[in-house]
Design a protein around this ligand. Sequence first.
Ligand code: SAH
Length: 361
Amino acid sequence: MLPSLLGLTKEELVAQLAEHEQPSYRADQILDWVWKKRPASIEEMSNLPKPLREHLQTHFSLYPLTPARELGSTDTTRKMLFKLHDGRYIESVLIPANPALYGGRADRLTLCVSSQVGCAYACKFCASGLAGFTRNLSAAEIAAQVLQTEMLAKDRIDNLVFMGMGEPLANSKNLMQAIELITSPWGLNLGARHLTISTSGLVPQIRELARHPRQIRLAISLHGATDAVRDQIMPVNKKFPTAELFEALRDWNSNKKQHLTLEYILIEGVNDGLDQARILATHARSLQAKVNLIPYNTVEGLPWKRPEISHCQAFRNILSNAGVTATLRLEKGHDIEAACGQLRLIQETEEGIISPVERKA
Ligand code: SAH
């Protein structure tokens, strides 16, 4: 399988072309085709000399993803299924008119991007880790989710959240290359402030990201305010307990202007005690972080339930009364299994691509 042209930074492309005695302005022309004009094939890059087009065709592919299917939710969320060159599948979720939860403007298009096929972190409540980890996505496969969804939706995406399948910071080399493709003026030219990376709490990578020159936003999947609660549902907490995590977040704050977001799923009888709300409030205040409360989304095969809405509100009120900005997030895309934690490994059978939603019907 040929590598995708989409995976190269401008610098890398210039270097490639120099090896073939091509002037560097050819790199600008190629990047303009790839990221702006978006042709169907390399053949269509009409201002490149034919021998160069032929050279590119023998060494590179163009788009790394094949759109396989699109599911639309009654709430206007759309789930894009893409096939990868090795026959595996990933999903990206397009969420219109998202309220300004991650610092972006409201009434915009947000894309939820996957970073891995499967996930190794095995959070007890999440569908993505149920079938384990398969592989990292390449930088081209990550960035192409944005480019190719824009092509399918015929619209411009404003915000990205790295909250699809996988743990983005466990694939940080490819993620950072993808972020360069996404934020560079010659690439997708999206402002880094419109990008939010979500992590289950990988401390060394958080510290590294705190030193990244671009002003990317960070969200932490906390889901427990103490080790006793977090240990029960997130195995990663054994490796990076809350004290170490909060220390890394203080380090983030001393390097970055962007306020942190703490994500907190509410699972009945597991982490929704009001004592947890009080401890969470203390941490959020000291970190100057806002809190996103997410009533648990059902995952088939898992026993967890969401608390009554009145209980979720009581939990939120403790945070608000303590002076913490807290939102109780309304789910998107629950009916098409596109909501947080519902993306799972998709397999192809003789009957075609079968998703858990269809299997139930
Ligand atoms: N691995 C990263 C990126 C995935 S983000 C991370 O953990 O942050 C997906 C978000 O959905 C995370 O906050 C995750 O904890 C949350 N989530 C997982 N399962 C969920 C469920 N069943 N209901 C609601 N949110 C869930």
